[in-house]
Design a binder for this molecule. Sequence first.
Ligand code: KIV
Ligand code: ZN
Length: 387
Amino acid sequence: MATDKIQIFDTTLRDGEQVPGCKLNQDQKIIIARELDALGVDVIEAGFPISSPGDFAAVDAISKAVKHATVCGLSRAVENDIKCAAESLKNAKYPRIHTGIGTSEMHIKYKFNTTREEIIRRATAAVKYAKTFVEDVEFYAEDAGRTDNEFLARVCSAAVAAGATVLNIPDTTGYCMPFEYREKIAYLRENVVGIHKAILSTHCHNDLGLATANAIAGVEGGARQIECTINGIGERAGNTALEEVVMILNHRMGNTFHTGIDTKQLNRMSRSVSDMMSMPVQPNKAIVGDNAFAHSSGIHQDGVIKNRENYEIIDPRMVGVDHSSIILTARSGRAALAYRAKEVGYDLFKDELDVAYVSFIELADRKKEVTEADLSIMLSGLFKARA
Ligand code: KIV
Ligand code: ZN
């Protein structure tokens, strides 16, 4: 059965790189852009070219380096920004200018001190101007999450009439509930004039921990592009995590949707971004955290040793992790100890296991985790002849 493709728009190098302490140099950005290209993302947002000469140079260099993905540069709805973005993208095989303006009452009143009509005028002018440089223009309605749907549909209709190919509906402040975001996207699908000429995109922030749920709700409402970052990094609490939405689409919604991502590269990609940005991944992070496929309680360990699927819904190899791990702690039982002992060369008989377990629990009560080295030392002390 044919399934709909969801475009994966990665903004690790733009929204992600805005995170304090995550600044990358140009060589690092090129390495990550190449890795994203190999991972199979459809769009790489490479930076915000007007923001600094360094960002401009990085977008230019990434445009030259990337072979398959569209390369995108961010701009405000300001001619100079757009011109600068166009210049930095001139060597991209598939260039896209991303331009837009705030549309919520909050932004209209306190950021721009202007009127709704003026916002529509500026949005139209920005898209038209961007179209003089490139065919592929994405329009963002900043703070769309808090924008009244009727006005949002008017702005989006104007952007499509001006030539926008993608309509980005950011929940900039991470405000929406999934049902609201789904309804917002569905409303736009119904009410934006000429919507068949553009695709709707999600861009969700994680202030309430809902970025992934909202992106998926957006897809249910009719969005066909998801903006996301590796490890969910981004402004404040971050963005939708690429690895999470990809695995949800792949694993739970695969009858309806697909992406172009090679999921086996997800773990390596996560580590590469984390290392280069010196931004650790929380151990319990879904899909790519150190503990995502690690089992530490005795009941779970026993279940996993009997059949991995007792406690795992994803085969770790699907995301590039060799195997599930059984972590030895004071909560572990005999099954886990026997399993790990076998891994280090000790296939224990029942009476030996009983002896080993007593020593193991003593050791585990003193240490948070009994490592492979601890285990080997303990077992060789107990069973010298069997080593
Ligand atoms: O969160 C946001 O609104 C953004 C836009 C600039 C796309 O990052
Ligand atoms: Zn953002």
